[in-house]
Design a protein around this ligand. Structure first.
Ligand code: NOJ
Length: 713
C-alpha cells in the first residue's frame, strides 16, 4: 500500500470512521485481564459500536488478547483497517532495565540502544506496536517525580539517549515484527513544571526553550521517531494540547516532524480545567485545530465531529490529515499485510524474560550505577563477612516506577545477588522505610560488631518518584539517616547502597558512610549488579547526569547555569554583593558528570585542537589510568563562549567518550566537537553559528577540568 492508496482509503471512510481512527481507548474497554480503570476513561459513555471504531488501544495486552481483539476488529471493520496497540514500555517490558535517569549515567548510548531493542522484542511479542518512549524532557528540578524517566539535566544527553532509544525500538525497518514505533514525549518543557510539581504550569523563555528544552526533540525527530506526544502542562500560558504555535509552527514547520501527534492521557478534556475550553465540544476542536491527531483516553472528537464539520467544513481537512498519518503508521508497521505482526503465544513465551534479555539488563545496570564515595573500603573481598540491612536488603521491589509489566518475583534482590556471587552474608536484617525501631537498631549494631562490614540498602519507596511522585524535601527518611550515623558512632564500617528515582540531598549520610553507591532503581538484575560492583568484578563507571543538590533550597541547581555579572568565585574580595547563598555553598553536593571508579584517571590535552572539515574540530586527549585496575573512564568535553550577544551558560557539555583503559596504561583519543556544537539560538537573530573565542575544558566531571582556548572560525 502506498501513500496514494492511503489517501484513497481515507476518501472511502465516513466521518464517524475517521473520527474513530483518531480515538485511542484504554484496553480496559476490550476486557483485558488486569488493567485498571483510572481518571476519565470510565466516564466516556460510548456504545459498543463506537468502541469498535477506535483506531488504537493503549494499555495492558498479551499475545492472546491482541490476537482476539484484532480478529474481532478485522471482522467488524468495514474497510479492513487494523487496530494499533500502544503502551508505556519505558525501561523494559518484562525484563526491566534501570530507570532512564540511571541508564543515562552510563554515558553509553550504544548500550541504551541495545536495551531499547530488547524492550521492543519483548513488547512486540506481547502484541504491542508503539511504545510511549523515550521521554526527553530536560529537567532541573529533582523534586519532580518524573525525573527518573528523563535522561537528566543536559540537552545533549537527552538528545543522544533519546535518539539511541528511537533507533533501538524502531530498528532498521519498522515492518520487522520485532520492532516497535517510538513516541517521543512530552512536547514540550514538561520537565520545567514550576516547583517540580507534576502537571503544574511551565513558564520558559523562548531563549531557554530553544536552546535547552527543544533540541532533544529535534534529535529524536531526526532519528525518525514516528510519534510525538504533547505535554500535559501549559507552556507560557497555553496548554501544549491546544498550543498551535508549539504543535504547528515549531513541531511541524520548523522541526519538520512528519509523523503522528498524540495527546497525553485525558489531556484533551483537561483543556476545560485549564480554562481554555468551555466544554468537551470546545476541547476537542481546540485540540484538533492545534494539531492533535490521536486523542488518548477521551472521545471528544469522536462525539462532536459532525458538529465541527457542519460549522466549518475545513476541519475535515485536519481530520483527513490525521487519519492519513495514522494509516501510514499502520502501513509502515506492516499491519495491513499482517494485522497480527507474527504475534503468537509461543513467540511470546520464548522471548519474554529470556536469559539473553536478562544478560542485557545486567550489562546496562552495571554501567548505570554511580560510585559516589569510597574511603578505602571497596571493593570487598569475597570472604569479607557482611551484615546486610535496610528496606532494600531483601526487597525485590527494585524495578522502579514505570515498570508496569515487570515481574517483581524475577528481580534479584541485593541479598540474592550477594549469595549468587558467593558473598559471605552473616546476617540479613530487612527494615521499614520509616520508623526503624530501637530493637531493630540494636539488632543491627550487635550483628555489625561481629562482621567486617555492614551494607545498608537504603532509599526511597518506589512510589516516591514516577508520575505524580513529587516531593518538597528530597532527603532520605530520617530514621535511615539516623541508622547511618549510629553505625558511624559505633565505628562500624558502612557501605550504603541507594535505591531511589531522583537525585537526593545526602548531606546527612555522606560524612558517616565509608562508601556510597547510587544504584537508582536498577531493574531485574539489580542485586547481581550490586554484588558485581561491591566485589569489584566490575569497576563502577557511571557518572551523574543530574546534579545532587546540597539541599532543596538550592534547587534549581544545574551545571550549565547562565553567566551572572557577579559570580561568587570571581569576586573573592567582595563579601556580600555577589550571587550566593549566605548559608549554603553555591555548588551542588555532587556535580553533573561526577562518578568515582576503583582506579584513577588523569586527563590532559595531548596537543593542539585540530580543525576538521565543515566546522567540526577534534580535541586530542591523553587519558592515563594511574591505578592498579582496569576501568572505563568517561571523558567529558565542555565548552564556554567567552563573548557572545547573549549571556551563555558557564559551561556546556559538547562531547564525551567512554573508554576502557587497562591499569597503568595511557590512551590517546580524539574527541570530535561536531559542527553543531557552535550553534546557538539568539533572540532577534535565531539559530546562528556563534563563532569566536571559546574556552574548551576536559575532565572526568563538570568541575575538575583542564582548559584551553579555541577560536572557532
Ligand atoms: C500519562 C503520562 O504522562 C504519559 O507519559 C503516558 O505515556 C500516558 N499517561 C499513557 O500511559
Amino acid at each position: 500500500m502506498d501513500k496514494n492508496q492511503i489517501k484513497n482509503l481515507v476518501r472511502q471512510m465516513t466521518l464517524k470512521e475517521k473520527a474513530g481512527q483518531v480515538t485511542q481507548l484504554p484496553s480496559r474497554y476490550f476486557q483485558i485481564k488486569g488493567s485498571q480503570l483510572t481518571g476519565t476513561e470510565n466516564k466516556l459513555g460510548i456504545t459498543e459500536c463506537e468502541k469498535w471504531q477506535a483506531g488504537s488501544i493503549l494499555g495492558k495486552m498479551d499475545a492472546e488478547s491482541m490476537r482476539n481483539i484484532q480478529a474481532e476488529n478485522m471482522k467488524r471493520s468495514r474497510l479492513k483497517i487494523p487496530m494499533m496497540f500502544m503502551t508505556d514500555i519505558i525501561h523494559g517490558y518484562q525484563t526491566i532495565f534501570p530507570v532512564p535517569l540511571a541508564m543515562s549515567c552510563s554515558f553509553n548510548p550504544e548500550l541504551v540502544e541495545k536495551s531499547a531493542a530488547v524492550s521492543a522484542k519483548e513488547g512486540s511479542a506481547a502484541g504491542y506496536q508503539v511504545t510511549f518512549s523515550p521521554m526527553v524532557d530536560v529537567v532541573r528540578d529533582p523534586r519532580w517525580g518524573r525525573v527518573m524517566e528523563s535522561f537528566g539535566e543536559d540537552k545533549r544527553l537527552n538528545a543522544d539517549f533519546g535518539s539511541a532509544m528511537v533507533r533501538g525500538y524502531q530498528g532498521e525497518d519498522l515492518k520487522h515484527p520485532e520492532s516497535m514505533a517510538a513516541c517521543v514525549k512530552h512536547f514540550a518543557a514538561y520537565g520545567a513544571v514550576q516547583g517540580g510539581r507534576d502537571y503544574n504550569t511551565a513558564d520558559v523563555s523562548e531563549y531557554s526553550l530553544r536552546n535547552q528544552y527543544l533540541p532533544p526533540f529535534k534529535a529524536c525527530i531526526d532519528a525518525g521517531t514516528k510519534l510525538v506526544m504533547a505535554a500535559f502542562q501549559a507552556l507560557n500560558g497555553v496548554p501544549a494540547t491546544a498550543n498551535r504555535w508549539l504543535l504547528n509552527d515549531i513541531l511541524r514547520s520548523e522541526m519538520e516532524f512528519q509523523g503522528t501527534v498524540i495527546s497525553d492521557w485525558g489531556a484533551v478534556m483537561e483543556l476545560i480545567r485549564h480554562g481554555v475550553a468551555e466544554n468537551d465540544t470546545d476541547a476537542g476542536e481546540e485540540a484538533l485545530r492545534a494539531g492533535i491527531q490521536i486523542e488518548m483516553a477521551t472521545t471528544t472528537i469522536m462525539k462532536n465531529i459532525d458538529e465541527y464539520v457542519n460549522l466549518d467544513p475545513n476541519i475535515e481537512i485536519l481530520l483527513d490529515r490525521a487519519v492519513e498519518s495514522i494509516l501510514l503508521l499502520k502501513k509502515e508497521l506492516g499491519l495491513f499485510e499482517d494485522p497480527y505482526r507474527g504475534v503468537n503465544a509461543l513467540r511470546e513465551k520464548n522471548q519474554l524474560r529470556c536469559a539473553k534479555n536478562r544478560q542485557a539488563a545486567l550489562e546496562m545496570a552495571l554501567e548505570s550505577c554511580v560510585l559516589l564515595e569510597n574511603h578505602a573500603v571497596l571493593p570487598l573481598q569475597k570472604d569479607t563477612s557482611i551484615v546486610l540491612a535496610g528496606p532494600y536488603a531483601e526487597s525485590q521491589e527494585i524495578l522502579g516506577p514505570w515498570s508496569v509489566d515487570g515481574v517483581v518475583e524475577d528481580a534479584v534482590s541485593v541479598a540474592q545477588g550477594l549469595r549468587n556471587r558467593g558473598g559471605c552474608l552473616k546476617s540479613i536484617i530487612p527494615l521499614p522505610f520509616e520508623k526503624i525501631s530501637k530493637q531493630e537498631m540494636e539488632h543491627i549494631l550487635e550483628d555489625s560488631k561481629k562482621a567486617d562490614v555492614t551494607i545498608l540498602a537504603l532509599g526511597e519507596p518506589e512510589l516516591w518518584s514516577g508520575e505524580a511522585g513529587c516531593r518538597s524535601e528530597i532527603t532520605l527518611p530520617e530514621s535511615q539517616c539516623r541508622l547511618v550515623k549510629e553505625l558511624f558512632e559505633n565505628k562500624i564500617k558502612t557501605v550504603v547502597l541507594l535505591f531511589n528515582g531522583r537525585p537526593l540531598d545526602l548531606r546527612s549520610i555522606v560524612p558517616y558512610s565509608d562508601a556510597i553507591i547510587e544504584m537508582w532503581f536498577p531493574g531485574t538484575e539489580g542485586g547481581n549488579a550490586a554484588a558485581d560492583l561491591l566485589f569489584g568484578t566490575v569497576n563502577p563507571s557511571g557518572h551523574l547526569t543530574m546534579s545532587f543538590p546540597y539541599g532543596s533550597g538550592q534547587i534549581p541547581v544545574y551545571y550549565n547555569m547562565g553567566n551572572t555579572g557577579r559570580p561568587k568565585e570571581l569576586l573573592e574580595q567582595e563579601p556580600r554583593y555577589k550571587s550566593q547563598y549566605l548559608n549554603i555553598p553555591n555548588e551542588p553536593l555532587y556535580q553533573f558528570g561526577y562518578g568515582l571508579s576503583y582506579t584513577n584517571f588523569v586527563v590532559v590535552f595531548d596537543g593542539e585542537i585540530q580543525k576538521l572539515d565543515d566546522g567540526a574540530y577534534s580535541v586530542p586527549i591523553k587519558v592515563t589510568n594511574t591505578g592498579n585496575r582496569a576501568g572505563k573512564a568517561v571523558i567529558q568535553v565542555y565548552i564556554h563562549k567567552m563573548k557572545s550577544k547573549v549571556a551563555r551558560p558557564v559551561k556546556e557539555l559538547a562531547a564525551y567518550q567512554k573508554v576502557m583503559i587497562r591499569a597503568g596504561e595511557s590512551v590517546s583519543i580524539n574527541i570530535p566537537l561536531e559542527k553543531k556544537s557552535w550553534d546557538y539560538w539568539i533572540p532577534n537573530i535565531g539559530w546562528t553559528k556563534d563563532a569566536g573565542h571559546y574556552k574548551i575544558m576536559v575532565g572526568t566531571d563538570s568541575q575538575y577540568v583542564e582548559e584551553c582556548d579555541l577560536i572557532v572560525e
